[in-house]
Design a protein around this ligand. Structure first.
Ligand code: ZN
Length: 242
């Protein structure tokens, strides 16, 4: 087996993508810490599911349990003051004239990764792991690979540290993200992601569908459903068997 790399800090929101990234990091790094941001998301559900996911993921694998270290949550409520978006205000999700959905929080990932780099520096960690993805992305320019390569170069220069940004989902679609989770943690991890992670923009969490909780209508739910259906079809398993 390939020896483990030293340490990674995972941007962990409590959604499907960041939970898959966490499992990816736990199978590669000897020490893994997690970071979440409280930016007064209009639904705090993502933040509230994080501790349970961390607890469950420890129970899936004793090696993962040994590697998973501190969880950090930073207050970024200032983001709600500087940007008016459907993620931080109670307004309908819609496309804007510039072609971006109004869920776009300008510069969010730039802020997240810069703060993550500062925290990682203090914790003796060189690798940041994020679930940014160019394949299924909603047009968010701060999820693009080019943006993240440029930011990595900036962080390396500005902090004089060998900071790396790893984005294991960058070229995967949602079905491939489910497949990656299956490879990393099998049915137990798939079940954790289905039942405990949260993706829905509307914060809907009353009815458990095959693909997890959510309204089934918002752009995040639509992507999640489409990916899960492709994934479960590929595996020739009826949803009830998963
Ligand atoms: Zn939804």
């Amino acid at each position: 087996m390939k020896p483990l790399d030293n340490a990674a800090l995972v941007l962990f929101s409590g959604g499907q993508d960041s939970t898959t990234c966490l499992a990816w990091a736990l199978s590669r790094y000897a020490r893994v810490e997690t970071l979440g941001f409280d930016y007064r998301q209009r639904h705090a559900i993502e933040l509230s599911v994080r501790p349970k996911i961390l607890q469950t993921i420890r129970s899936l694998d004793s090696d993962w349990a040994a590697r998973l270290g501190n969880d950090h949550v930073l207050d970024l409520s200032v983001l709600g003051d500087v940007s008016e978006t459907a993620l931080t205000r109670d307004s309908d999700i819609a496309m804007q004239a510039n072609g971006l959905p109004n869920t776009f929080v300008p510069g969010r990932n730039l802020l997240f990764l810069t703060l993550a780099a500062a925290l990682a520096y203090r914790r003796g960690i060189d690798v940041l792991v994020g679930g940014m993805c160019e394949t299924d992305f909603s047009g968010y320019p701060d999820c693009r690979n080019e943006t993240l390569r440029a930011l990595q170069a900036t962080l390396q220069l500005g902090m004089d540290a060998p900071i790396e940004i790893e984005t294991p989902l960058m070229w995967l679609d949602k079905a491939a993200t489910w497949q990656l989770a299956d490879q990393l943690g099998g049915k137990a991890l798939i079940d954790l992601i289905r039942t405990e992670t949260h993706t829905c923009y509307l914060g809907e969490r009353t009815l458990l569908h095959d693909w997890g909780y959510g309204c089934g209508q918002c752009p995040a739910c639509e992507l999640r459903i489409k990916g899960y259906e492709t994934f479960s079809g590929t595996k020739h398993l009826a949803p009830r068997d998963l």
